[in-house]
Write a protein that binds this ligand. Structure first.
Ligand code: ADP
Length: 231
């Protein structure tokens, strides 16, 4: 298989890879955590991982972001490096060991964000082409104003990067959030068909959405061989 097609082809590992995507405040973390609890309660071996969590790169990106020292390309490349590191150290071992890997955000986060920041769509997709295709990619679709309301209910201040403040879209962080996250939403929408996203109406209640999430996950687990997992 051409490595450039990897993210478009089913993987051959004994485990399963379920991922969630959506703009900030869409409720994806809430849903994947609930899914994790449910799967574990049924005795599945679950491994949870988040986007951007490798300590190796974290310190560098944090410092560089503060100084505004990154171009869209260098920003993107740092995150690709971060992801490649996490893929090898976190995601692939449990997937090869037959576990159910749950990822809070995946390469599609980079596809969306880096394009909004000015990188070419083709270029970003190519740089992440080594990533295995998820068995399920849930996309929590929500309008920006609802996402913004949820975030500000939980905490009064927006993070500069989630509002895209470095892009000088708007002086007001709330307006900037809407423009920036609106761009991300449009990018996600383009990925639905080519990447087979399972789209959820994320304006619905947590319970209603979780019911669907569990149904979709259960259907995907019908041909899953639990005995293949080590544990
Ligand atoms: P994300 O991971 O997409 O940024 P979170 O799961 O952290 O979103 O949720 C953001 C906030 O919205 C949290 O305070 C959460 O409790 C709340 N929330 C999540 N889902 C819903 C929902 N369906 N309806 C109302 N509030 C929600």
């Amino acid at each position: 298989m051409d490595s450039a097609d990897r993210v478009l082809q089913p993987h051959n590992y004994p485990g399963r890879l379920f991922i969630v995507e959506g703009i900030d405040g869409s409720g994806k973390s809430t849903q994947i955590r609930l899914l994790q609890t449910w799967l574990e309660s049924q005795g599945y071996d679950v491994y949870f991982t988040e986007w951007n969590s490798a300590d190796l790169i974290k310190a560098t990106t944090k410092r560089a972001k503060k100084k505004g020292a990154l171009t869209p390309t260098t920003f993107s490349l740092l995150h690709t490096t971060d992801f490649a590191h996490r893929l090898v150290t976190n995601i692939l071992p449990p997937l090869k060991a037959g576990m159910i890997v749950l990822a809070d955000r995946y390469v599609f986060t980079a596809y969306a964000r880096d394009v909004v920041r000015g990188c070419s769509r083709e270029w970003v997709r190519k740089s992440y082409s080594f990533a295995p295709r998820p068995d399920i990619a849930f996309y929590f679709r929500v309008p920006t104003d609802i996402a913004l309301k949820r975030i500000t209910l939980a905490r009064p201040k927006l993070k500069a990067f989630e509002a895209g403040m470095d892009l000088n879209l708007h002086a007001d962080p709330f307006e900037s959030f809407k423009v920036f996250q609106g761009g991300i939403l449009a990018e996600y929408d383009r990925m639905v068909a080519p990447h087979g996203f399972v789209v959820l109406d994320a304006t619905k209640s947590i319970t209603e959405q979780q019911r669907i999430v569990r149904q979709v996950a259960q259907a995907k687990l019908e041909d899953y061989d639990r005995e293949a997992a080590i544990a």
